[in-house]
Design a protein around this ligand. Structure first.
Ligand code: ZN
Ligand code: ZN
Length: 357
């Protein structure tokens, strides 16, 4: 798997007429050579893959890294310039979105004869097509969400603080084997539900409210991302209606997903439904995003998206309606397109559910 990823990077190198690529970001490095630590550098040339890190990570690297060479350095940029010199590289690529201006200037100062060129999103683009092992990890992370939901569901009741629900979810995800929380969980009840990014607060959840819960974890580096909106007892008819519209938009969008379909068309299916029901102005964000070694990655599903959906893509479908002063609903699943079919990885039930009688 790693070899074919490196081979694809070499194709990009050839297309851009680069004779090497230097990677500094942990996600790209992990993707291409298996290293899960946080500080290293990876050089790809036409023939060699050279990994270098400092003394803290050498033992870990020897266990994990698949590369032609594993080096230890005292100073990272010194190691990079020595490698560039050793392989006599003249045009070297870097990821302009992931390398700071300062770092670029330092590389230019160290290796002034080298032409440093951006290779853009090459590795991020590769990462949007997942292989079977990656999908298995994503499926496992999603299963942890389901386990945590089952563990916590019974304790959601009027009087519970949003914060405490978030903490219980985090604890249950860790107990289920999750590596870390994927982000600061959103637990937004009542009128706070109108905040698409309403991080859990000290507010108590009350009877008659909806609670939006956006949560996830990580397994083998791969994230889960899922949003439930639960009712606490009977909720007003308007909130019930919003729930129905969002769930319909969510289901219609997932049903529409197909190989070669423009991602923006999937967004449009959900958006058109929400607009037709009169709530268009309350759905302000894109329909979804890729999930993998990062919680937000390619592809983007939005009205401006240019990408066509392909087998191996894993992304969220998360329509929402947020009405200021009233409340909100978001329903999010992470789905995978594999062999032309859609598999919904996240498994918490999305049917309207009230947690108390
Ligand atoms: Zn989410
Ligand atoms: Zn999401």
């Amino acid at each position: 798997m790693l070899k074919s990823r490196v081979a694809q990077v070499r194709n990009t190198m050839q297309n851009l007429r680069l004779d090497g690529i230097v990677l500094f970001d942990a996600v790209s490095i992990r993707y291409l050579c298996g290293f899960s630590g946080s500080d290293a550098v990876l050089l790809v040339t036409g023939e060699k893959l050279v990994f270098a890190t400092d003394s803290r990570y050498v033992v870990q690297a020897q266990e994990q890294v698949v590369a032609d060479e594993i080096q230890e350095y005292r100073e990272k940029l010194g190691a990079v310039s020595a490698l560039v010199e050793r392989f006599a590289l003249t045009r070297v690529g870097f990821a302009d979105k992931l390398v700071s201006v300062e770092l670029l200037h330092q590389m230019q100062d160290r290796s002034p004869a080298v032409e440093w060129r951006s290779f853009g999103d090459a590795v991020r683009n590769l990462r949007q097509i997942k292989d079977a092992g990656e999908i298995a990890d994503l499926r496992q992370a999603a299963a942890m969400n389901y386990a945590a939901y089952q563990a916590v569901r019974g304790s959601v009741c009027p009087g519970m603080k949003e914060r405490d629900l978030a903490i219980e979810l985090e604890y249950s995800l860790r107990k289920a084997g999750g590596e870390d929380k994927a982000f600061d969980f959103i637990v937004a009840s009542g009128s706070r539900g109108a905040l698409p990014h309403g991080v859990a607060s000290d507010k108590q959840i009350e009877r008659g409210e909806l609670v939006t819960i956006d949560f996830g974890t990580r397994y083998n580096g791969y994230y889960s991302d899922e949003t439930l909106t639960l009712a606490v007892g009977d909720v007003p008819a308007r909130l019930r209606e919003i729930y129905t519209v969002v769930l319909q938009a969510h289901d219609m969008a997932i049903d529409a997903v197909a190989v070669s379909m423009p991602a923006r068309e999937v967004d449009k299916v959900a958006r058109d439904h929400i607009s037709a029901r009169g709530f268009g102005e309350y759905f302000g964000h894109g329909l979804g995003h890729g999930v993998g070694l990062e919680i937000h990655e390619l592809p983007v599903l939005s009205p401006r998206s240019e990408v066509l959906l392909e087998n191996g893509m894993v992304f969220t479908v998360e329509p929402g309606i947020y009405i200021p002063g009233v409340g909100g609903v978001r329903i999010e699943d992470t789905v995978c397109l594999v062999d032309g079919r859609v598999e919904v990885l996240t498994r918490c039930p999305k049917v309207f559910t009230s947690v108390v009688a």
